[in-house]
Ligand binder design. Structure first.
Ligand code: SF4
Length: 244
């Protein structure tokens, strides 16, 4: 395991989004991203960083600063040491964790817990490298008006691969979401499997981002339910309970 990884932070907390909301997880936030979303909620993770903040004791916020890049052996030791108390899973997040897929493929077999991947769903070739080691995939579908480019083909390939695991899809909606794009995303999911859960996530209205109106959210859910069997609306909960 000679490869190194650029890490932003590692800590234990509560999953605040999606189908597994409320579960205790170790979060491993990797640096780098292939997209430039409007309203990015982790802008400091989009590029490589000089050092990582790593919690020494799960949930105690006693962070130590470790210089990047970190060797795979060191990284797996940091992660596994937080798993001494029970956790549901280890969430690899970002940025976009698949930007470091080759290193991930080597480290995942060393982790002593379920693996949960949070991805923007646009790097199917990289997903293939790590797929055998992944238990749960939280896949975003990024609407073109948010990322200023179309990624439908990439999303479709990604979801077909991800559907061989436990996968759910998350779509963030804002006050300026394009309804046609939202419906195209719903159809894309249904074309793979109508039983794949869809989480509609109303954007947290910060950074001048326009929140989505309550009646519009109901309409989105109703429209999605005409093609999919499991459609839920879940906001980012960790932000209003003061969790990282
Ligand atoms: S994919 Fe995630 S980290 Fe990358 S720009 Fe979009 S919101 Fe930010």
């Amino acid at each position: 395991m000679s490869q190194n990884v650029n890490v932003v932070e590692i800590f234990s907390s509560i999953q605040g989004e999606g189908q597994f909301v409320g579960y205790r997880q170790v979060f491993v936030r990797l640096a780098g991203c292939n997209l430039e979303c409007e309203f990015c909620d982790t802008p400091s993770s989009r590029t490589m960083v000089n050092s990582a903040q790593i919690e020494k004791t799960a949930g105690r916020r006693d962070f130590q600063t470790i210089v990047n890049p970190i060797s795979l052996i060191e990284l797996s030791n940091y992660i596994n040491s937080l798993l001494v108390i029970p956790h549901h899973s280890v969430s690899f997040t970002g940025g976009e964790p698949l930007c470091q897929a080759k290193a991930l493929a080597k480290i995942l077999p060393q982790i002593k817990g379920r693996i949960y991947l949070e991805s923007n769903g646009t790097l199917p070739t990289e997903l293939e490298l790590v797929l055998p080691h992944i238990d749960i995939i939280s896949m975003d579908i990024k609407l073109p008006s948010i990322i200023r480019q179309e990624m439908w083909q990439e999303h479709s390939k990604f979801l077909r691969l991800a559907a061989t695991r436990n996968v759910f899809v998350k779509i963030v909606v804002t006050g300026s979401t394009n309804t046609k794009e939202f419906l195209k995303a719903v159809n894309l999911i249904a074309s793979v499997d109508e039983n794949i859960p869809l989480i509609i996530q109303p954007v947290t209205p910060i950074n001048n981002c326009e929140g989505v109106k309550p009646d519009t959210v109901l309409l989105y859910q109703e429209q999605a339910l005409s093609s999919l069997n499991d459609v839920r609306v879940i906001p980012q909960t960790h932000k209003f309970i003061g969790q990282l």
